[in-house]
Design a protein around this ligand. Structure first.
Ligand code: FES
Ligand SMILES: [Fe+2]
Length: 472
């Protein structure tokens, strides 16, 4: 339907083909309310200044006015399951020790010696006390000061002045967040409505089974935004089109901090000529994509290499196969899980840099952190898998940090995802270079499919101009 309001012209336009809500209506189980339609609010059509991605002054403003005031996804519970376990989390010019206390709680202290400033720890580990490797000032894991050599020379430093500065900690769904500056919304308010949506998908029952990261030669927002829309599939990942409703995806934005992109799988992209394409062909292409190379993969081992029964769709057949496979793997009953919750990319983002996928399948979780300059960032990919029902969750795997010259395909644990990320990475350095070279200095956005990008820039502006974060 045409929109009569000129500034919003085109904002109501949607891709031809089946809509997300039509798809939910025919899925094989009733979809939960959070998935039945999009929740889209038009936020304008103005271009963005390219310098938001390239300017060191802009990056500095983010460091000062945004990062200290937001809840940052800092760790997963399974990274530090036992008393004394600690994680070094660094972002935007700060370093923290996140440590598990005797009572099971988690505290986050600044990881800087209060003597002459050495970082106390540079790697994750387990300890009840943190002794600085330089002169031996020592702290307890609750941040209180323990002792120092040559105490006779520090009569001017009472113990109370030596408590390690502490950040706020919030926990939800197996995720541990910290906020450098106290005050502002609670974690629950900051994340809303994400916890409500994820009630079904229970990420607290999951553990990190894959964790890979690499420094990317592009701004953290350029990199994050490459994962906020599905419509680049048509050119960047054409091998996915036979089984992806790339531009049939639903895009939602809630308030300032949360958005989602729901990408249906098991249907033919509107970009593919449907002539002569059977439902079985869709499944076969999906299986080809999900097949791994180089690890003795046999198609017959693939539980999704299914035959589509007469009168059934690829989507419901793949959904049924996944329902059975995940139930067998985990012991949880997935009978009421709809096809979308088993098959689709339900990609949520929380401002500024945390992106957990919803659903019951092993879930991707992205995190992007700015690098030392505006032109680099660190991208991390975790895969969370549900533990077996009734069994304790396994400790999370350690980070596999790729070297600057290694491709994402050098992480065999990522399987075919490594190829997909490598396709994304082939664009990003040239986006960054192009933004520096831009003649008109403008970035244009689609009204619907790029709403998530626009929403986060508007939220970032609220921090930079003082409407959010530090007041006054
Ligand atoms: S810098 Fe840490 S004890 Fe001296
Ligand atoms: Fe991509």
């Amino acid at each position: 339907m045409a929109d009569s309001n000129p500034p919003e012209a085109g904002s109501a336009a949607r891709s031809p083909g089946i809509s997300w809500s039509e798809l939910m209506a025919i899925d094989s189980r009733p979809a939960p309310a959070c998935l039945t339609s999009d929740h889209y609010t038009y936020l304008g059509s103005d271009p963005l200044p390219a310098e938001r991605y390239t300017s060191e002054a802009f990056a500095q403003a983010e460091r000062e006015k945004m990062w200290p005031y937001v809840w940052q996804f800092a760790a997963r519970e399974e990274d530090l399951p036992d008393e004394g376990d600690y994680v070094v989390y660094e972002n935007a010019g700060r370093s923290y020790l996140i440590s598990r206390q005797a009572d099971g709680s988690v505290r986050a202290h600044h990881n800087v010696c209060l003597h002459r400033g050495r970082k106390l720890r540079t790697q994750d580990g387990a300890a009840d006390k943190f002794t600085c490797p330089f002169h031996g000032f020592t702290w307890n894991k609750d941040g209180s000061f323990d002792s120092m050599p040559c105490a006779w020379d520090f009569g001017h430093l009472p113990k109370e002045r030596l408590h390690l500065p502490e950040a706020e900690v919030g926990r939800w769904g197996g995720y541990i967040f910290l906020r450098e500056e106290p005050g502002g919304p609670s974690l629950e308010d900051f994340l809303a409505p994400l916890p409500e949506h994820f009630k079904r998908w229970r990420h607290e029952e999951c553990t990190t089974v894959i964790w890979v990261a690499k420094e990317v030669p592009a701004n953290w927002k350029v990199t994050a935004e490459a994962f906020m829309e599905a419509w680049h599939t048509v050119v960047t990942h054409p091998q996915l089109l036979p089984f992806s409703g790339d531009c049939n995806s639903a895009y939602s934005n809630w308030g300032d901090n949360v958005n989602a992109n729901l990408v249906p799988f098991g249907i033919l992209s509107p970009h593919i000529d449907a002539e002569g394409r059977t439902q079985q062909w869709i499944v076969d292409e999906f299986v080809k994509y999900n097949g791994r190379s180089g690890d003795n993969y046999e198609a017959s081992d693939n539980p999704f290499a299914v035959t589509v029964p007469e009168g059934k769709t690829a989507r419901e057949t793949l959904g049924a196969a996944m329902r059975a496979a995940y139930a067998a793997q985990t012991g949880y009953d997935h009978d009421d899980a709809t096809d979308a919750e088993l098959l689709d990319a339900l990609v949520y983002n929380v401002f500024p840099n945390f992106a957990p996928w919803g659903g019951f399948m092993p879930n991707i979780v992205y995190r992007w952190r700015p690098g030392k300059t505006a032109d680099t960032c660190l991208m991390e990919v975790r895969i969370l898998a549900r533990g077996k029902q009734g069994e304790p969750l396994a400790r999370g795997v350690p980070l596999h940090m790729l070297g600057p010259d290694e491709l994402w395909t050098a992480a065999p644990e990522l399987g075919i995802l490594g190829d997909v990320f490598e396709q994304d990475m082939a664009n990003l350095p040239f986006v960054q270079e192009g933004l520096h070279c831009s003649k008109n200095g403008r970035v244009e956005l689609a009204n619907y499919q790029e709403i998530r990008v626009r929403q986060f820039h508007q939220t970032l502006d609220k921090y930079l101009n003082g409407e959010a974060g530090k007041q006054g």
